[in-house]
Write a protein that binds this ligand. Structure first.
Ligand code: SHN
Ligand code: NAI
Length: 212
């Protein structure tokens, strides 16, 4: 299968996860940074999921799956340990609802990548189902390579881009300035906690004075 990668806006939309085990938790963990309305359908929950429910970050329907549970959901995850139940979830899911099936036994509209988030930076990795174990290993490597400092770095690049777009009018000058924000010095200055140096660099770009 050749999959199409995309980043979805699911804020305030209903998402249903059927099952309350480790695989369900993996899916819910990936959903939590969004503002989606997360509904878990399962007669039981592992402790991690129970804590999300207790914190009000997901809604638990303590029951066996029934077809109407998927009503109005934009994403549906079938993560139970029963092929028959996953079949029933698949059957209940309309063609306009995106369906993910953890056992890969039937219809699969999308599969889940491993995700590393650093502020607004999103690194998503997949082997298209070839080797989820390798995907997990690659994620661990990316977590090391892209540490938490990247959140601040991306936030500063965003700030620069907003300022440049608001200040410079000439297209070529804008492009040049945006390109210059990608110089390695900015990352290094932020690592050293030297925000002043970064701001001075940006001011020079906005004044058209930076030549590097
Ligand atoms: C197709 C896909 C569908 C989907 O679920 O979206 C799928 C399917 C299956 N996974 C299986 C097994 C494992 N999955 C993991 C881990 C992850 N699996 C994830 C995604 C995906 N798994 C999608 C493809 C992604 C890709 O290829 O890149 C991750 C990335 C994200 C997530 O789970 O949301 C998450 C890591 C996230 C993280 O660490 O953050 C591990 C490793 C571990 O847990 O340590 C193992 C054991 C090792 C092994 O088997 O390789 C099995 C066999 C089940 C069985 O034997 O019963 C199936 C079914 C089959 O292949 O038929
Ligand atoms: N995609 C992935 O990353 C992986 C997928 N898998 C697949 O995912 C399945 C689930 O794995 P785990 O979460 O580890 O299993 P698990 O056994 O820990 O959890 C299964 C959950 O499904 C619930 N369930 C069973 N019948 C139900 C029903 N009628 N209605 C609602 N909920 C019901 C159970 O109560 C339990 O909470 C595995 O059997 C395997 O096929 C397994 C490992 C990784």
């Amino acid at each position: 299968m050749t999959y199409f990668p995309a980043l979805l806006n699911i804020d305030y939309k209903k998402v249903v996860v059927v099952g309350g085990g480790n695989v369900a938790a993996q899916k819910v963990r990936a959903l939590l940074p969004t503002k989606a309305n997360i509904h878990i359908i399962s007669p039981d929950l592992i402790a991690e999921l129970a804590s999300y429910v207790q914190e009000g970050r997901a809604i638990w329907h303590e029951k066996q799956f029934a077809p109407h549970d998927v009503d109005d959901a934009v994403l549906v995850f079938a993560t139970t340990n029963s092929e028959a139940v996953n079949d029933a979830v698949e059957e209940a899911t309309q063609h306009w609802q995106q369906f993910s099936r953890a056992d890969m036994k039937g219809r699969v509209d999308f599969i889940n990548p491993a995700v590393v988030r650093r502020g607004e930076l999103i690194l998503a990795v997949s082997t298209s189902g070839a080797s989820p174990g390798y995907t997990r290993k690659l994620k661990a490597e990316l977590e090391e390579q892209f540490d938490e400092s990247y959140a601040q770095y991306i936030a500063f690049l965003k700030h620069c881009r907003q300022q440049i777009n608001a200040t410079l009018t000439d297209k070529a000058a804008k492009r040049k300035a945006l390109q210059q924000t990608l110089c390695p010095e900015i990352f290094d200055w932020l690592q050293q906690g030297d925000v002043q140096q970064c701001e001075a660099f940006l001011q020079n770009l906005l004044n058209g004075e930076q030549s590097t």
